[in-house]
Ligand binder design. Structure first.
Ligand code: GLN
Length: 494
């Protein structure tokens, strides 16, 4: 099955002329046609553009000047602006928006020859952990519980569409964005690899903004090496993003084979949270044993401000979101609901265009930024953020990387956690601090729970040391030998 290949295998197969980019693209488009009506992972399938890109890749391969991603079919989170292709951020307010320009990250992927199959579903404006806040309906996780295969599970979020698509073999890899965990948590829920690089590594230009100081574009794929291949293409300095880092882009894939011998791996004791399922704790212990057996030294470390991370995140992220979302006024782009005067038009457009979770964040954000509350909430959260960064900086004096679980649970049912937003926010307990500190992190599938659902382990590293993160991630992947496949996938009999 062409759709079951890894990116590295497909790139080799294309060069060996075992199949063409057009055949690879068609295999994926057929798989999307068969499964997407159920999964709802893609909001837009860019059928004809994808075939044109595949044909161009075949021509480049024939000429011998093909880029590293020539002919590789990818799923693009519908938060990346794609020139001429509708970009919605899964919000009604951007429903009719067709960007006149291409985001830097997607432009970099196209430069290297990638084929874009379409735009994937997400939580509205990337606000959520389940994909259930999308204005275009939730995404179904292709994995099923062994005991109760009828229950519909969430793929995680916010980048749940890309994660479900890659897991179900409706794309070989994809893009996501991670503001508080939105690449790593859905990767864990869908049994694939998700990588959040260092802040500044991938340009944010042309990515619909949620919380600018926390937003990190990054890749999904089914192997660690494949995410490393994608990240290399996505990365690089961009003068159009004032926070883009002007640092060299290493060959991340080469780092995957480095091994972990001699590395010091920290185990943060504060990540042992109350109520965490025993099987997650067990998997974490297993990960420690794998790394030790491979020659790493395991070190107990303390990150004392960990427990304030979620609270700080849920002040800072809504504050930045409320400011970023002020631009959706019904005048410049997207939805417009006419009113009696300009103010009425603004109010009606925003009332009609934004969903409940987005409105909640705007209200929280404007509240914590308002005069009188700014010092008590926003400024205090920024101070906590500095302490969290200091915890990591101190820990990294002594260790090369940290190992933790990715999420406090496996994928949950679509109707299991919706009553109370705070329960949903707890999903991010292991991931948000990496965003507050801007450090790189990866989630690697490491095992199954008793229901047969995938669980990920997270590796966090020093700023701009993605190479060590990939090396440790690849060792976990090798030791785990994770080969389980989701119930719903391309080519599987339904
Ligand atoms: N779940 C978190 C939130 O709702 C993180 C989302 C993200 O990383 N985009 O804010």
């Amino acid at each position: 099955m062409l759709t079951g290949l890894t990116i590295a295998e497909a790139a080799a197969g294309l060069r060996a002329k075992k199949f063409t980019a057009e055949e690879l693209c068609l295999a994926h488009l057929n798989a999307i046609e068969a499964l997407n009506p159920r999964l709802n992972a893609y909001l837009t399938v860019s059928h004809s553009q994808a075939l044109d890109q595949a044909k161009a890749a075949d021509a480049a391969l024939a000429r011998g000047d093909a880029g590293p991603l020539a002919g590789i079919p990818l799923a693009i989170k519908d938060l990346f602006c794609t020139q001429g292709i509708r970009t919605t951020a899964a919000s009604k307010i951007l429903g009719p928006f067709v960007p006149p320009y291409e985001s830097t990250v997607t432009a970099n992927l196209l430069r290297d020859g990638a084929v874009f199959l379409g735009k994937t579903n997400l939580d509205e404006f990337a606000m959520g952990s389940s994909n259930m806040t999308s204005a275009y309906g939730p995404v179904e996780n292709p994995w099923k519980r062994r005991q109760n295969p009828d229950a519909v599970l969430v793929p995680g979020g916010s980048s749940g569409g890309s994660a479900a698509a890659v897991s179900a073999q409706l794309a070989m890899g994809g893009t996501g964005t991670d503001t508080g965990g939105s690449i790593r948590q859905p990767a864990s829920f869908c049994g694939i690899v998700g990588m959040k690089p260092t802040y500044g590594r991938c340009s944010r230009w042309g990515v619909v903004a949620f919380a600018s100081s926390l937003d990190h574009p990054g890749p999904f794929a089914r192997t660690v090496q494949d995410t490393a291949i994608l990240l290399r293409s996505m990365s690089g300095y961009d003068a159009k993003d004032s926070t883009s880092a002007d640092v060299p882009v290493p060959d991340f894939a080469a780092a995957c084979g480095r091994g972990v011998r001699g590395l010091r791996i920290g185990i943060p004791r504060e990540y042992r949270v109350d109520g965490m399922p025993a099987e997650i704790e067990r998997l974490w212990q297993q990960g420690i044993v794998w790394l030790k057996d491979a020659g790493a030294e395991i070190v107990d470390v303390s990150l004392p401000h960990t427990r304030y991370g979620l609270a700080a995140y849920y002040v800072i992220a809504p504050a930045e979101a409320s400011s970023n979302l002020a631009r959706y006024d019904g005048v410049r782009f997207g939805l417009r609901t006419n009113g009696d005067d300009l103010r009425d038009l603004y109010e009606r457009t925003r009332a009609d265009g934004f969903g409940t979770e987005v409105k909640r964040r705007i209200l929280i954000g404007t509240y914590v930024l308002s005069a009188g509350y700014y010092d008590a909430y926003y400024l205090r959260a920024q101070k906590v953020r500095a302490l969290i960064l200091r915890d990591f900086t101190d820990a990294f004096q002594n260790v090369d990387a940290l190992l933790t679980p990715t999420a406090p649970s496996a994928a949950f049912g679509i109707d299991e956690k919706t009553d109370d937003p705070v329960t949903m926010y707890l999903n991010d307990v292991f991931t948000v601090n990496g965003n507050l500190a801007g450090i790189p992190g990866i989630s690697v599938p490491a095992g199954l729970d008793t229901d047969g659902l995938p669980l990920g382990l997270q590796v966090l590293g020093k700023p701009f040391d993605e190479e060590t993160v990939f090396a440790v991630g690849a060792e976990i992947e090798r030791a785990a030998g994770f080969t389980a496949l989701p119930t719903l996938r391309a080519g599987a009999t339904q």
